[in-house]
Design a protein around this ligand. Sequence first.
Ligand SMILES: [Zn+2]
Length: 289
Amino acid sequence: MGLVAGIGGCSAPDESGLAEGPEGSLSDEFSTTPGEPNHEEITATALSFLRPDVVAALQVANVATDVEFFLVNANHFDDCNFSGGSQVVSRSQAEAVAQLSPTAATPESDALAIRAFARSLHALQDFYAHTNWIELGGDELVDSSLKPFPLLAPYSTIRSSGFVVVQGTGGPKHPLASRDQAAPYPSSAVVTVKQGRKQSPGLISGTVDYEAGNFCPESVAMTHEELNKDKSTNVERVQQYEAAKTLAILQTEHEWCRLRALTKAKWGTGGVARLDQWVASGATPLACE
Ligand SMILES: [Zn+2]
């Protein structure tokens, strides 16, 4: 378990300390941590062809996001911070790629690459659980290119789904966003954005009051409690939970291919060879091209 130990050594917090600390008690009540190992399962299912120690290190670093970035909405796609969330993904993956130089292969650089990649996975897995992507009928990936993850800019249109990113609390420059708050779920989570004569589905995410910065317009805001698909035990949202988890698995698989493509673009086949070493012997890795 060298990779896990390597990561724990530099910045992973002491879990026993957390349980007694103020964050620990807060997280019992409000945490975006679901209380069931969904991030672990999604990661292991999508990347089952990797070495067990690599999968374990990815899981540890992924879940550590909920502790290290407990108060940062961008790392969990909360509070309609889509530009921030998308930058967490693209920057974390750039960090991972930077560690994969073929001439500087060390256990430390592998551990740092794994940690950075895992942070990008955490944010993307949260994307489907914390936004209304599923309630809007989204059944495709938010991005399936092999380029750096795109910026989800306020009021831009996401190409794969046609959903408009609702981010920003009004003002003359922002289009009108509305939803039927009295409708039963999941209709209550369907947001419409009016831009001139055009109406488009509007993408929001749940608000978390202990995280700084809320970019959801009041007219359409829903709390994390109302919108999250973090747990299978949310009886009203079981179907949506399953759909969110399925897309999170597919997105995680895709991110492996994106990581390979970005690594190849930066370092050539020597970089990709380092990623090949993460694959379990005898396993068939995901076909990326
Ligand atoms: Zn999270």
